[in-house]
Design a binder for this molecule. Sequence first.
Ligand code: MTE
Ligand code: MO
Length: 247
Amino acid sequence: MSANSADGSGPGHGEDRPVGRRIILGALGLGALGVAVGAPVQRRLDDTLAGIASKDPTGLVSLLPGGGGFRFYSVADKVPHLSAEDYRLTVDGLVDRPASYRLDELTAMPSTRLVRDVQCVTGWRVPHTAFTGVRLSHLLDLAGVQSNAAAVSFTCFDGVYTESLTLEQARRHDMLVSYEMRDEPLSAAHGGPVRLYAAPMYFYKSAKWLSGITVTERVQAGYWERRGYAVDGWVGKSNGRDDDPTS
Ligand SMILES: Nc1nc2c(c(=O)[nH]1)N[C@H]1C(S)=C(S)[C@@H](COP(=O)(O)O)O[C@H]1N2
Ligand SMILES: [Mo]
């Protein structure tokens, strides 16, 4: 008998294996859903996609393996759904005029369409992908950013994911609050009805299911940034089309 039996967890007691698994799952955390692409995780994501296939007629085919090059990422274990009618985007924090926008109010604003390469920090890439939306800078101007502000935080209606930008980054013309991808309404799997599209940065900066924009004094590291990703997520020169601030 091993020393383990003293506390009742020795071989034959049936507890050491489950405990070990729990520890491993705990160490990986929910992040395993987004980053590790081991076979069981992939199967689970495929199940998620299959589950929404019947509910979501938009854009789904392009997500399926081999279709369009995208991979589906969510640190939450479900695809959150909000209808166009129920969707709201709040803008608050260090602003003179806090606001809450409906989707039709966002789509009625001046729109910008950008075609860039989508690049995930883990290596996959989808060239020449169109995103359409309203410039983040437009929403910030409407809100009236106060003089002590220096950063912007983003929250998502999955209840988990967060992102952030400096105010200077947020005011670039290639930072969009996006409601169309490839000239179609954003599907739920891709973060619809509205996601952030941070064109010059790795795709983890482009928070899906965007629900809140909060102007702050300091950058608050986002979900992946607290787990080691760079807060300044600029795509490297490999992209080649990411550094035109006028577009
Ligand atoms: N809310 C939320 N946004 C997110 C993520 C996430 O897990 N949750 N993953 C990020 C990462 S790491 C990537 S690569 C892209 C993936 O977007 P896609 O699922 O549309 O391909 O979304 C980013 N935005
Ligand atoms: Mo990513």
